[in-house]
Design a protein around this ligand. Structure first.
Ligand code: FES
Ligand code: FES
Length: 199
């Protein structure tokens, strides 16, 4: 029987003979304004990159399946569930976590809070606080989306999207924040806090 030499699989894309080159990538994430260069397993999510590689533990892991919103951060200005994002697909992305929220409105010296953070404190918009970083990042995103005229499920579409800025009524806030669960049931005060900063 004829025999054939085994194919040489030691070269070619991702096959330098170094097994790490097939399973890791080096990326730079701009986190809260600071470029952070990381070599990561290709399966690492943005959430795990933040928590396990950068010690930024504000974003929380609730479900790890895109269902609870505890991991919400802003990526290039848009809110997103970081547990669903492969970090290696976000090379160069601008990521804002709860630790950097205050800097969005100016240099945060002396422990200054973002207005939403202050409103959550004033309104007692949390109990255990586990969901709060995600609620805050999501609220920042929701306010931006409404200001840009993006409709939600409860927005009247008579003008047709994208329209003028959408006023954030309690119904609008509840709908736009519906992806962020709070097992403590702090919803009424969360809605009140967001209302406070949008009046
Ligand atoms: S941990 Fe990401 S949505 Fe629940
Ligand atoms: S404050 Fe406890 S989960 Fe929301």
């Amino acid at each position: 029987m004829a025999t054939h030499p085994a194919p040489d699989r030691s070269t070619g894309p991702g096959r330098s003979g170094d097994p790490d080159r097939t399973t890791t990538s080096t990326v730079t994430l701009r986190v809260n304004g600071v470029p952070r260069r990381l070599t990561l397993d290709n399966r690492t999510t943005v959430l795990d990159a933040l928590r396990e590689h950068l010690d930024l533990t504000g974003a929380k892991k609730g479900c790890d399946h895109g269902q609870c919103g505890a991991c919400t951060v802003l990526v290039d200005g848009r809110r997103t569930n970081s547990c669903l994002l492969p970090a290696v697909a976000h090379d160069g992305a601008e990521i804002t976590t709860v630790e950097g929220l205050a800097e969005l409105v100016g240099p945060a010296e002396g422990g200054a809070l973002h207005p939403l953070q202050q409103a959550f404190v004033d309104r007692d918009g949390f109990q255990c606080g586990y969901c709060t970083p995600g609620q805050l990042c999501s609220a920042v995103g929701a306010i931006s989306e409404a200001a840009a005229g993006h409709p939600s499920y409860v927005t009247s579409l008579t003008a047709g999207p994208p329209g003028p800025p959408v006023p954030l009524s309690p119904d609008e806030i509840r709908e736009r924040m519906s992806g962020n669960l709070c097992r403590c049931g702090a919803y009424p005060n969360i809605v009140g806090a967001i209302e406070d900063v949008t009046r």
